[in-house]
Design a protein around this ligand. Structure first.
Ligand SMILES: [Ca+2]
Ligand SMILES: [Ca+2]
Length: 346
């Protein structure tokens, strides 16, 4: 009854679709009049992408989600009736032909007690012959793994195009997200990749906090581009964490406070005394918390604002008191260590 349960690959489109006629659940009192304790009434939502086609026929992608439903009773877009399976959701790309200016597609589901619910989605005809870019779809279940041994498997075979069949779509991959594609154009197919150390080190490091001192993490942004027969392209991306096991040691942070009893910001701090087994000072980055209050450090959301400059100027403090300054230092391998000092503001 409510259009709130959705399964969708693109969050923004999901949210948007709540406002569009493409997502129109319909209540259907259904055949479940009596129902001997058959549980809650079923719900179903249906959305379609795109919501308009240039001409009167083409591929569209249906996505549906249900609650309390056990079976699909019927659809008018070519999905067989039958059990929903465990997920209560699904998708299908179908070739549709629209008579007139729009078509309404429906799905009806039911629960074990026989109560039914129906949802609708509408596709209109724009009346232009503009080629639409393909829809990039790819799945990969592994988000983090070791270089040289983890096999990442990317499945782009659900990519599709509004005008042309999937076997006309080609794909290519950029493993590190540097904009240089590492594979040639090829037909859609499951593609495996094992990252090398060089590929990992070409990606931005991710902070790793001790005691995981024998590990370096890097963040790869994999890009898969698909191209339709007319040359239009679309791109899918996914961030992966690549792990290198190494002997890298965490840095040893140290800093001095000048004018510790003065009123900041007249003073400044200097972390130039920080050291690292593998990196010189120039290979280190610095992060400050000017008023550390014993939070559950480190908080990953706080890993922003890294500076290459070991010196900094604290802000003005609110009033007299004892404050704790925390310095975190990250080396070129992403290993982080930290230390604190107290200052007295009179
Ligand atoms: Ca196309
Ligand atoms: Ca190091």
């Amino acid at each position: 009854m409510v259009c709130s349960v959705r399964v969708c690959g693109i969050g923004a489109l999901c949210a948007l679709s709540l406002l569009l006629p493409s997502c129109m659940p319909v209540t259907d009192g259904g055949g479940g009049g009596g129902g001997g304790g058959g549980g809650e009434a079923p719900t179903v939502t249906l959305s379609v992408e795109p919501t308009s086609l240039g001409i009167s026929q083409g591929h569209v992608e249906f996505t549906w989600a249900t609650t309390n439903a056990t079976d699909i009773v019927s659809t008018n877009f070519g999905i067989d009736a039958g059990p929903l399976g465990a997920s209560g959701s699904g998708r299908a790309v179908k070739w549709v032909t629209i008579a007139g200016t729009q078509a309404t597609f429906t799905i009806t589901v039911r629960n074990a007690a026989g109560q039914t619910a129906t949802a609708e989605a509408v596709v209109t005809v724009r009346g232009d012959a503009v080629n639409s870019p393909p829809h990039a779809r790819c799945s990969n279940a592994v988000s983090s793994g070791d270089i040289a041994s983890t096999i990442w498997s990317f499945d782009p075979t659900e990519s599709w195009d509004e005008e042309q069949p999937p076997d006309t779509i080609t794909m290519r991959f950029d493993w590190t997200g540097d904009g240089v594609f590492d594979t040639n154009w090829a037909p859609l197919a499951v593609t495996d990749h094992v990252f090398t150390e060089a590929e990992a080190r070409a990606c931005p490091p991710v902070p790793v906090t001790p005691p995981a001192t024998a590990q370096e993490n890097y963040r790869a942004t994999v890009k898969m581009q698909v191209r339709d027969a007319a040359g239009a392209t679309a791109t899918w991306t996914q961030g992966l964490t690549l792990v290198i096991h190494s002997t890298n040691q965490a840095p040893e942070p140290a800093f001095t406070v000048t004018n510790p009893n003065g009123t900041f910001p007249n003073g400044f701090v200097d972390a130039s005394a920080s050291t690292d087994n593998e990196d010189g000072l120039g290979g280190l980055r610095f992060w400050w918390d000017w008023n550390f209050q014993g939070e559950d450090f480190p908080e990953p959301l706080l890993w922003t604002g890294w500076s290459d400059d070991p010196t900094a100027t604290p802000p003005a403090y609110a009033g007299p008191g004892t404050y704790t300054i925390l310095l975190a230092v990250m080396d070129s391998g992403g290993l982080v260590n930290w230390t604190t000092r107290q200052i007295v503001v009179p």
